[in-house]
Design a binder for this molecule. Sequence first.
Ligand SMILES: *Cc1c(COP(=O)(O)O)cnc(C)c1O
Length: 373
Amino acid sequence: MVDIKSLPDNPYLLLTPGPLSTTKSVKATMLRDWCTWDDDYKNLVQEVREKLVRLGTDKTDRYTCVLMQGSGTFSVESIISTAVPESGKLLVLPNGAYGDRIVQIAKTAKINCVFNDSGELEPPDLEKLDATLKEDRAITHVAVVHSETTTGMLNPIEKIGKIVKKYGKIFIVDAMSSFGGIPMNIEALDCDFIVSSANKCIQGVPGFGFILGKKEVLMKCKGQARSLSLDLYDQWNTMENDKGKWRYTSPTHVVRAFYQALKELEEEGGIARRAERYRANHRTLVDGMRKLGFRTLLPDAYQGHFITSFYSPESGKYDFKTFYDMLKTKGFVIYPGKVSKASAFRIGNIGDVYPADMERLVKAIESSMFWND
Ligand SMILES: *Cc1c(COP(=O)(O)O)cnc(C)c1O
């Protein structure tokens, strides 16, 4: 085992929505090789799958977990292009780039798809959702993003789920940037499929995503996939029958690191405690930034604690790149804005990051406000 303290420090903290700052102990686990079909590795995979199901629900017999190679988008594409049958129709509720991406995935897969776009600064319109499901009986599936990373908005998936289930539709949630960072009971949500990835709130390194899904719903998806490598049913079938075997080369080191990250999540006290830390990061950041005169893009009522968007300073002397570079030399990497109608930048509150880091960041920002000089 390596001496973890001897590992080099990162030159800067990643205050981004993933990949994010991970612990040295997570990174250190990657210093050995694994055989993909050996039991040592397959048992690790099975344990990861079981632990993930337990993070989402107590009803572990009703739900299952599939791991999928690639970044988070591969997993979203995998579930969308596997779950919706040829005769099905998907309704997406986008309010940002990641919701738009689900629509794009559906179009690429030639899935019959409609969407209710509420705009980047508003949550999905619940009345409109109800009306759409009442009118369009052809819709079979509804997909929404939980924490829309474009703005930092936390969409009301409980309320959305209730309406979706009132009409008996399959409910798919992209909880990429929220799963593991906020208590979530997928059974109570009656969620059919929820997607996340290794490098977000579980604090692993990038390389695979995962889908938690209702077994009985997934079992009906055989033969529906529009892609071979992203066939979620087939991936699940192999993992299930071959007890932890992935269909194609699996990101072994990443999975081992993820296993360690899950252990560290438990050591921290579980999801509720991690959520408290992220919330404290967010509060420290927003309070400090408001004192410096920055305004948040979203009203507090819509804001999640995962990533925060701030309006760019109005001064003509401000430019993001200079600001970014100054903060980077001070040890912090922030994130550009993504909203189309406003100039903004974003700061992530997740990862191996603590309120004290946020206090240091606010000080670094205070001394980087070159546009006021
Ligand atoms: C990170 C993220 C994804 C996946 O993005 P990748 O770059 O493919 O990992 C999808 N949805 C949301 C909301 C995200 O934050």
